[in-house]
Write a protein that binds this ligand. Structure first.
Ligand SMILES: Cc1ncc(C[n+]2csc(CCOP(=O)(O)OP(=O)(O)O)c2C)c(N)n1
Length: 554
């Protein structure tokens, strides 16, 4: 059929099931946006005030829905503005599709200074994606989009980028659109049956098996199978921050955080490491946690198997398929074990007591937990309450109800990501927590939230500084800070000025009351919470002072 490259791209994305776009337009993308307009009954387009928010929102949408999160931005500075979000999606194995443009095809990589030109844009993006492609003719677009969709939905999810120069988006070609594809992720990635049998034997014969579960279990929607395996093996499930919810915190098998890690990992005689890089929480500053048991590592990404731990058995496959196969094979070898309920309940109490050593963070986290429904979603940030939450201080009852920035630790990702989570979760309560520092990375998106009526409730903890960095500076320098004082506006009034309801709170009781009020509005809301300087989380080793510096004799 005769169509423009822009039409070929809009139609191909539609065929891949994409109907929600986070976007910020510009001239190089005009033929695409015109084709999207032609399909305006199909597409919902959420435009933002900065490209970083298009990509963060796409990531939030992807994490909340498990579908492809798509953002559309101009090339060069537009796509560069989105790169911290791409690195975050990469770290969190999130299926984010970046759709961008180029300069005129005849000018690419000639260095002549065309508008938005950067050298080797796909090369640059290749470091932040698992696939980065360009189409140079309209006819190539359906195949490129299909490869992108397949890469996003099979194997380990990671961002993908595609780009089309403006003249190609505008050119008319004879384009053959593809039939919708179909591939079953768990059928495509099946671990070797002999290795599954060996793994079942290792786990079944163990006296004190342990399961370490990460975000990969949630991506594969394997939580029911892993929870069943935990009951079969009477094994605790130690969850990473992004793996929280694999087992509900109401179940005594559910464990997380530093205290549980240091107790459970060295004392397990077999460990199933599934869907996690196995970078143990306790290794952060507090020294390595010894692994003494036999390790079975299961991951969909072959490169992950053996990277951070040397397994006795490595299973490359989809977590759901792997766990289901282990459920079938373990009973043959499974020894009977006494209940560990008393031991694991006591371990949880020990963890809770350790977390209670930062009562300010605990009070705030508890206030949110008390009001947020069990299927409500919390989007964490690099802020004091966020560290408390990520350290296991916030009970999680359902899969996919808590998100973090993973190993990227991207300050400022939270608010815009939460906007995308809320777009992808209509009818569910979503709360974004932020420090005053991180929130202002995306403060302009209050405009997006108000304009699109996104009913997210954002909490801003205001301590007037980049508090985390300041505390570390005070430990490492001689008590002074550098570059960490913040001059803040009145956040509740700023929200109001944008058309977002603004509230203030000081104590956990205030926060509980105001959060209820904000939820009752069912519309955009922000709560500013006054925050005192807060101490480090328990178990964090104090930072070593920087060594004396030489005196410069200039
Ligand atoms: C993109 C990025 N830039 C800088 C940092 C370093 N960093 C980590 S925490 C932090 C301060 C956070 O301050 P704020 O958001 O106010 O939270 P608080 O620690 O005060 O609760 C900074 C600058 C980072 N993690 N990511």
């Amino acid at each position: 059929m005769q169509m423009t490259g822009g039409q070929a791209l809009a139609q191909s994305l539609k065929i891949e099931g994409i109907d929600t776009l986070f976007a910020l337009p510009g001239i190089q993308m005009d033929y695409l946006f015109d084709a999207i307009w032609e399909e305006r009954n199909h597409y919902r387009v959420h435009h933002t005030r900065h490209e970083q928010a298009t990509a963060y929102m796409a990531d939030g949408y992807a994490r909340a829905t498990g579908r492809i999160g798509t953002f559309v931005v101009v090339p060069g500075p537009g796509v560069l503005n989105a790169t911290a979000a791409l690195s975050t999606a990469y770290a969190c194995s999130s299926p984010v599709l970046c759709v961008t443009g180029q300069i005129e095809s005849s000018q690419i990589d000639r260095g002549r200074g065309a508008l938005h030109e950067i050298n080797d844009q796909p090369g640059l993006l290749s470091h932040l994606t698992k696939l980065s492609e360009r189409a140079m003719r309209p006819e190539e677009i359906p195949g490129m989009v299909r490869r992108a969709a397949q890469a996003l939905q099979t194997g380990r999810a990671r961002p993908v980028s595609i780009e089309v120069p403006p003249d190609v988006l505008g050119a008319v070609g004879e384009v053959r659109l593809l039939e919708p594809g179909s591939w079953e992720r768990s059928a495509l990635h099946q671990a070797d049956p002999d290795l599954l049998e060996r793994a079942a034997k290792v786990l079944g014969e163990a006296e004190r098996p342990l399961i370490c579960a990460g975000g990969g279990v949630l991506s594969a929607r394997a939580w029911a199978e892993v929870a069943e395996l935990a009951r079969m093996l009477e094994a605790p499930v130690l969850m990473t921050a992004n793996g929280r919810g694999v087992v509900s915190d109401r179940d005594y098998h559910a464990q997380s955080g530093r205290t549980a890690t240091t107790e459970l990992v060295p004392n397990a005689d077999a460990i199933l490491v599934i869907g996690t890089r196995f970078v143990l929480a306790a290794n952060m500053g507090a020294g390595a946690t010894p692994v003494n048991g036999r390790v079975v590592q299961a991951d969909i990404d072959p490169e992950e198997v053996g990277r951070n731990v040397t397994p006795e058995v490595g299973l490359v496959g989809d977590a759901r398929h792997t766990a289901a196969e282990l459920l079938k094979r373990v009973p043959k070898y499974n020894r009977s074990r006494p209940s560990r309920e008393a031991e694991l309940t006591a371990l949880r109490a020990k963890h809770d007591a350790a977390m209670a050593r930062t009562p300010w963070q605990q009070g705030m986290a508890q206030a949110i937990r008390d009001v947020l429904p069990e299927d409500g979603i919390l989007v964490s940030e690099s802020t004091q309450v966020g560290y408390f939450v990520q350290g296991g201080g916030f009970p999680v009852y359902q899969p996919g109800t808590m998100f973090t920035s993973g190993y990227q630790g991207t300050l400022g990702y939270g608010y815009a990501t939460a906007l995308g989570v809320q777009v992808g979760s209509p009818g569910r309560r979503v709360v974004s927590i932020n420090g005053d520092g991180g929130f202002m990375y995306n403060v302009q998106e209050l405009s997006t939230q108000a304009q699109q009526g996104i009913p997210l409730v954002t909490i801003v903890f205001n301590d007037g500084m980049f508090g985390n960095v300041r505390r570390i500076q005070e430990q490492r320098y001689q008590g002074h800070g550098m570059g960490t004082d913040l001059n803040n506006p009145d956040f509740a009034r700023v929200a109001e000025a944008f058309g977002v309801a603004g509230f203030k709170a000081k104590t956990p009781d205030d926060l509980r009351a105001v959060l209820r009020e904000a939820f009752d509005l069912n519309g955009p809301a922000l709560i500013e919470v006054e925050q005192p300087p807060t101490p480090s989380l328990p178990g964090m080793a104090p930072m070593q002072p920087v060594p004396p510096r030489p005196t410069l004799d200039l």
